[in-house]
Design a protein around this ligand. Structure first.
Ligand code: PLP
Length: 405
């Protein structure tokens, strides 16, 4: 690899395209002939504002974001949305239903892995003890798993949504466990949009699959959010797609008795200020813009969708071969497989360490499983090329043969 780099299958921060890094290197010294480096220039300078404007458009076109939705950038990470989504949508609910008893307002969570469980825990923390709202678990994948684990999606009949929740929350791709809803609407693994209560404010965490394939029924979402550091940039940027009617006037809501919302947590703050309410992560936004431009040149989301499918199929095929020969075991059940994070174990004595060591010796890194679940996790984000995947698969095949000698 150029610049003595290794092939990085890390779960995030993830690799960035080489051409982007090379361009950013130059911009660190002098951005766009301004004579000032990109980490030093004002976020209100004409040079940066011109660049920034194109970034929004690149997301809107490639992802087909409808006119009803604002594209906003925040810098507090995807985790900040666990709370911000709750307080904003409770404020919205308060304005829509000023006479309803707040403590009875349900917040519906679909829990399919570590990240949605964390989001539900945050909602519980904010609304305890029964004030303002109550968390309702509409489905918990563990209940439907023979192992009691986050190893697949709940069956379609398992979802029990409330009649009028303030939000319905799900995480489209669970990065830790490698469990993802299918993007094919007819698949049994698709999110059950058709079962949603009418008018529900749907919230989707797309952190680890953003821009790797189309978002089904994007227009029906109140909020879609994603941290940048998997598919579209460095850490320090979070992208929000917020439907117009969910830019809540949080001050009016507070006067009506809603839980107060911090200024920076209100999407309306960022929409009104065109994401320049306070100093944004200029450098991280710049690199994100370069990645989006690169993606556009490659063929946009349709290109990455086809590429992601091919890459995932290749790795899952190698895992299956290992499973048939007793060397590997896939973590997730059939029908819930993530295209972005392939999780498996190597149950033989010392086998996982041998696998990791062998990968390292061949210039491949970032494949140790999450500290919560162990095992091996191969992340296949957009900057991971098909050649990188071929190199890994070749190594996996060699490893399987070696372990079964
Ligand atoms: N949601 C998902 C699905 C993630 O994978 C992550 C990070 O890995 C997060 C949320 C949290 O993102 P951040 O670290 O930007 O807060």
């Amino acid at each position: 690899e150029p610049h003595n780099r290794v092939v990085n299958f890390g779960a995030g921060p993830a690799p960035l395209p080489l051409s982007v890094l090379e361009e950013a290197q130059g911009a660190l010294l002098n951005f766009n002939n301004s004579g000032i480096g990109i980490a030093e220039i004002s976020h209100r300078s004409p040079e940066f504002l011109a660049f920034r404007a194109r970034t929004d458009a690149r997301i809107r076109t490639q992802l087909a974001v409808p006119r009803t939705h604002h594209i906003l950038f925040t810098q507090s990470g995807a985790s900040a949305q666990f709370a911000a989504a709750v307080t904003n949508l409770l404020a919205r609910h308060r304005l829509l239903h000023p006479d309803a008893a707040p403590a009875d307002t349900p917040l519906d969570y679909v829990v399919t892995g570590t990240w949605s469980a964390r989001a539900a825990a945050e909602a519980r923390r904010l609304t305890a003890p029964g004030a303002h709202a109550r968390v309702h678990i509409a489905a918990d994948a563990r209940t439907h798993s023979p192992a009691g684990a986050f190893d697949g999606l709940p069956p379609r009949t398992a979802y029990a949504f409330s009649a009028a929740p303030a939000l319905v929350y799900y995480c489209e791709n669970e990065t830790v466990e490698g469990v993802q809803f299918s993007s094919a609407p007819a698949s049994p693994g698709a999110f059950p949009f058709d079962a949603l209560p009418p008018g529900a404010a749907l919230v989707g965490d797309y952190s680890s699959s953003f821009m790797s394939r189309a978002i089904p029924r994007l227009g029906e979402h109140a909020l879609v959010y994603a941290c940048a550091q998997k598919n579209v940039g460095p850490a320090g940027v979070t992208v929000l797609l917020v439907r117009e009617d969910c830019l809540v006037d949080v001050e009016a809501a507070a006067r009506a008795g809603a839980l107060p919302v911090a200024t920076l947590d209100a999407p309306k703050t960022h929409a009104d200020a065109r994401s320049l309410y306070n100093t944004p992560s200029v450098f991280a936004l710049y690199v994100t813009g370069l990645v989006l431009a690169h993606m556009e040149r490659m063929g946009g989301v349709p290109y990455y969708e086809a590429l992601s499918r091919r890459k995932a199929l290749k790795v899952y095929a190698a895992v299956r071969e290992g499973q048939e020969r007793g060397v590997c075991r896939r973590a997730g059940r059939e029908g819930s497989e993530s295209w972005m994070n392939v999780v498996f174990t190597a149950p033989g004595e010392g086998a996982e360490q041998r696998f990791l060591d062998g990968a390292k010796a061949r210039g491949m890194a970032g494949i140790k499983g999450h500290r919560f679940v162990g095992g091996i996790r191969v992340s296949l984000y957009n900057a991971v090329t098909e050649e990188h995947v071929d190199k890994l698969v070749e190594y996996m095949k060699w490893f399987i043969a070696e372990e079964t000698k």
